[in-house]
Design a protein around this ligand. Structure first.
Ligand code: GRF
Length: 223
């Protein structure tokens, strides 16, 4: 029997995408097991859930580290990131899934954790149809802009903010009665469907990265 893969998950908050990934792995839709759940936030509700389920969990308390008095902001961020890399370094995983992890990984961390840009191994889910509305509030930004369509994107992580090769996207129309809360709820429902399927494709060897004619790295999905 083929060896099952392993993936780690990083969260900052509720962890509803983490739960969708855990469920898909437990139901064997994803042919891999969750090897750990990490967070930058000791109070993340999703972390408690993961602990209760018996997962290996860890915290790198960014807020605490970022409050260190004398160091500069970038020095403090370096400390937090090197702590994060240390936690990841002694854990086993084939893929790292950012699931509502609200911290940017520096190019140094991306290069160390995912050294070959042609075989990336960090994935993220983002609440907008990238490249529109990168950043921390994709659904809110889509709403405030007055878009008629919103959506979510799963992509590999590169050096930029939400700029990496796109794996897949799902879209929905806004209805006249929609509110910021209702579009977030619609979006999350799509996220929970899409993210496990992208992770599944990764572990089934269906994703490859190529340079396209515009010189951009893009993802090819094998049937
Ligand atoms: C999701 O909308 C995700 O796309 C974004 O942050 C939110 C996290 O939600 N990056 P959850 O913690 O997975 O419930």
């Amino acid at each position: 029997m083929a060896k099952r893969g392993k993936f780690g998950i990083l969260i900052s908050g509720t962890g509803s995408n983490m739960k969708a990934l855990v469920q898909a792995a437990e139901q064997k839709q994803i042919p891999a097991d969750v090897s750990f759940v990490g967070s930058d936030n000791p109070r993340a509700p999703g972390l408690e859930w993961a602990r209760e389920r018996g997962f290996d969990t860890f915290v790198v308390d960014y807020e605490h580290i970022m409050s260190f008095g004398r160091a500069s902001r970038s020095e403090r961020r370096d400390v937090a990131e090197s702590d994060l890399r240390y936690e990841l370094w002694h854990r086993e995983y084939d893929l790292l899934c950012l699931a509502g992890f609200m911290r940017l990984l520096s190019p140094k961390s991306v290069d160390e954790l995912s050294p070959d840009p042609d075989q990336p191994r960090i994935m993220n889910i983002h609440p907008s149809l990238l490249p529109a509305f990168p950043g921390t509030d994709g659904y809110g930004d889509t709403w405030r802009y007055g878009c008629k369509v919103g959506g979510c994107t799963v992509h590999f992580v590169d050096h930029g903010e939400d700029t990496g090769p796109i794996i897949d996207q799902l879209a929905y129309h806004f209805a006249p009665a929609d509110t910021p809360d209702s579009i977030r709820a619609k979006g999350l429902e799509l996220e929970h469907w899409l993210y496990p399927r992208c992770v599944e494709r990764f572990f089934r060897g269906r994703l490859s990265v190529r340079l396209n004619s515009a010189g951009r790295r893009v993802v090819l999905v094998k049937p």
